[in-house]
Every structure is written in C-alpha cells, then in structure tokens.
Design a protein. Structure first.
Length: 463
C-alpha cells in the first residue's frame, strides 16, 4: 500500500475530517471577534467565555477549526517557548524565569482542562527527551541542559548513553536531557474537542469564512463584516494572507511522516515505554512521538518556505522530503527499515523576524494578536490565550494587571521580514547551511558546533 500524501494530516485521516459549521450569514456584531479557529483562537474564546459568560464572542475560521498547524503538528505539549533567551537579554533573567515557569505550568493547565471538559486527546505525560548522537550535539545538549536549569527547571535530568537507552534506544545516542514538563497528544482530537467545548459554552463559530482584512473594530469577510470593540488576530502561519500582513510573520513549512502500527517485536528493540516526546540537538531538528496506536510520527523541515509567503492547501509533501524523513527514521531506529510509511503531510508555522513569540493588545485600537510560536505552539497557545483574556479584562476595566500581563513577551514589537526575493533567498540559504552543518557534524569527532551553523544563527537572528 502506498503512502497517503497530504489530505491535511494523518491526524484527520485517523479520526475523520469535521463537517464545517455554517459560514457567516452577513454583517454581524460581537463583543470580541477572534480571527482563526486554531488553538490560539479557541483557547482565547474558552477563557474569555469562562471569565465573562455574558460576552458575545464570534470566531471566524477560513476552512474548519484546526485546519492549520493545530491539526497538523507533532503533538508535542511541552514547555518550550520561542524567544525566552532574547527576553532575558531585553528584560532581565528574572523576567525570563517567570515566563519559563508560566510555560511549565501551562503543560499542566492544558491537561487539566482537557480532563475537566472531557476532551479525549490521547494525552500521555511522559515528558520530553532530547538526544544527542554526535560530539557537537552532545556539547550543545550539555549547554542546553545547564541553561534550562538556570531558568528554573530543577526537575530536569541529564543522561549518558546507557541511561538514554533505558528510555529510548536511539541509534548512536551518546546522551540526552529529560524534562517532566511535556506530554504526547493527538493534535486534531484536542482542537476539535476544544471547538465543541467553546461552542457548547455559547461561543459562535463560523467556518468556511475567510477573513481578508482586519482593521480597528472590523473583521472583513466575503460574506459580511463583523464589528467588535476587540478584534483578535490568531492566524499564526496564515497571517501573510491578510491584507497588509505579508511580511509580519514568515510561514515556515514543516513536514511529517507516520509509520504503520509497529509490532511488539520492533518496539522490543526500541523501548520507548514511557512514551516521551522525542527530539534531537541537530540544527535542522526533528521531533517525534509514539502514538496511542503504536506508530512513530516524526517531523522536520522539508522545503522550508514558499516564495511570496505562500501556504499550501491540503498538506501535500514533496517525495524528496518524505524520503529524507524516512531515511532519518531508519537512521534513528534501524529496525524500522522495512516499515511502511502510512502517511505524509506538511503545514506552516509562524516565524517572527526575531524568532520571538508574542502577545499584544493595542489599547488604542482594540486590535490584539498572539503567535509567532516557531513550532512550539501546542502549549504556548494556551498561555497566550490566558494572557489575551487578562489584557482584555484589564483594558475593559474588569480587572487590573495580572502576573500574565506582566510577562516579558507582552506587547513585544518586532520588525517585518525583508521583501522578496530576499526573504526566499535568505530562508533557503539558512536551512541549506543548517543541513550542511548537520552533515558535517555527523562525521566530525570535534565537540564544537560547526562554524557554518554559527554564521547561520547570527544571520537569522537566532544566535
């Protein structure tokens, strides 16, 4: 049987694509209009409605809830947040520690709400294991582990080759670091369950309703305009499709494969009994999970960016990318060599020019937004949503400042991406450099990071 390519994602093939809700019937009004029916938009609707039940909240979604990254990601619910180190430089170490602690707590918050609202998303809290399998990766891993402890992760542990193999037998792994602040989940089950939950609370969701322009107190669609004192942009990788937002966040492409269910004999060679989410310390890093039905889902960068900030429709993935991910799977787990790749798909995530996730409410216009998660959005969306809730309640006089509104990522501004063709050339050159650095490190006995990757980090703004 051939690999299924596209069709949005395996997660929807696994549980079925939802029937879209009715589109916006015409001009309308609301207290809060949320543009985007992914995790950010739905979590924001959830927390606002819970806090102020009488609020009239409308969610507008171009396709169906979870069509974008929320229904295509790797199912990593973990405590990573894009930009923390930069926020430490801008606002001080203590401010960044507060941000990290909020992210640690967010993992537990998502699990709590899913249980309370009876959302069965195959959640298993096995933590996050990140491995190294070259001398250069091991040096970066040890540095990373030290930094994470300095930001308050006292429960993080460092492992050598033997201890790593006791968790997951990754071919050639020489070390790892593990944190309990992570869980595996089924992305589409979480987002569809969340959509059903907020609708049951009384939030209005209109699907098949693309928003073409956001301006103060207006969200414009082909079917009519929603007018609201607060209009929140929660569109992540699809932000470039809005009028005037082409260079705001870059839609970075990420691709995934998933195997057929693996037999017990293969799992005996791999281990992975703790069902940790699994990552590595490569520059073009991979992310993986053991699914509830005993498959391996593994992702990484394929074609990182499409010219003009274009986004795909159904997640179709280039054959070369599928093959590269398959080769990576076999390199990490040689006993999967004869395993069929059941499904491959792609999606976009939002990348700001300084690689920092942000939450903003412009009190002069009522426009708000959250995103730029750079691939760490499964948990970060929840913290962003609770922060947007607090910012709106503060602005409307319903409450004062909170711990969340004081976090350093609030109201952070960043410059726009370069115009084309510089944007396309820069991103493709960057990831070509990272892949080259990874190849060189695989055969190098030196513990230092390859110089090509260091240059790429500086040029990208990640360094």
């Amino acid at each position: 049987m051939n690999t299924v390519n596209g069709g949005i994602s395996f997660w929807y093939a696994n549980q079925g694509t939802p029937i879209p809700r009715e589109p916006l019937p015409g001009d309308s009004t609301a207290d809060v209009c949320i543009v985007g029916g992914g995790y950010t938009g739905l979590w924001t609707a959830y927390y606002l409605k819970k806090a102020v039940p009488f609020l009239n909240i409308t969610v507008l979604e171009a396709k169906f809830c979870g069509y974008g990254a929320s229904g295509r990601n790797g199912g990593w619910l973990y405590n990573g947040i894009a930009g923390r180190d930069r926020y430490a430089k801008l606002h001080g170490h203590d401010a960044a520690v507060r941000l990290q602690r909020a992210m640690n707590d967010t993992v537990d918050e998502v699990i709590r709400v899913a249980a309370e609202e009876k959302i069965d998303a195959d959640i298993h809290q096995g933590g996050v294991l990140e491995v190294a399998y070259t001398p250069a990766q091991l040096a970066r891993l040890k540095d990373f582990h030290t930094v994470e402890i300095a930001f308050g992760e006292r429960d993080r542990t460092l492992h050598g080759a033997r201890e790593t193999a006791e968790r997951i037998r990754v071919n050639g792994a020489v070390g790892s670091t593990w944190t309990p602040h992570g869980a595996r989940l089924h992305p589409a089950k979480l987002v569809t369950g969340l959509a059903d939950t907020v609708e049951a609370l009384g939030v209005t969701i209109h699907e098949s309703t693309p928003v073409t322009e956001i301006r103060p107190k207006h969200a414009v669609t082909p079917y009519g305009t929603v007018r609201a004192p607060y209009v929140l942009r929660c569109t992540e990788g699809f932000t470039a499709g809005l009028k005037g937002q082409k260079r705001t966040w870059l839609p970075m492409n990420s691709s995934m494969i998933v195997t057929e269910p693996l037999p017990a004999s293969v799992w005996d060679t791999i281990g992975w009994d703790g069902r940790e989410t699994l990552g590595d310390m490569a520059h073009a890093y991979m992310y993986a999970q053991r699914t509830a039905d005993d498959r391996i889902a593994l992702g990484g960068r394929g074609v990182p960016y499409r010219y003009g900030s274009a986004t795909d429709n159904d997640g179709r993935t280039q054959p070369a990318t599928i093959e590269a991910l398959r080769e990576l799977l076999i390199r990490l787990f040689p006993t999967t060599a004869g395993t069929r790749i059941a499904h491959a798909w792609s999606g976009v995530l939002g990348v700001p020019r300084d690689w920092c996730a942000t939450v903003t409410l412009d009190r002069s216009t009522g426009l708000g937004w959250a995103g730029g998660y750079v691939g760490s959005g499964v948990a970060t969306t929840n913290l962003a949503a609770r922060t947007l809730r607090d910012l709106i309640q503060q602005d409307s006089g319903q409450s004062g400042p909170t711990e969340l509104t004081a976090l350093p990522w609030v109201n952070h501004r960043v410059r726009r991406w370069e115009p084309e063709p510089l944007r396309w050339l820069g991103v493709h050159t960057l990831y070509a450099a990272y892949r080259t650095a990874d190849r060189r490190e695989l055969t190098s006995p030196r513990p230092g990071t390859d110089p090509i990757a260091k240059i790429a980090d500086r040029l990208s703004g990640r360094g």
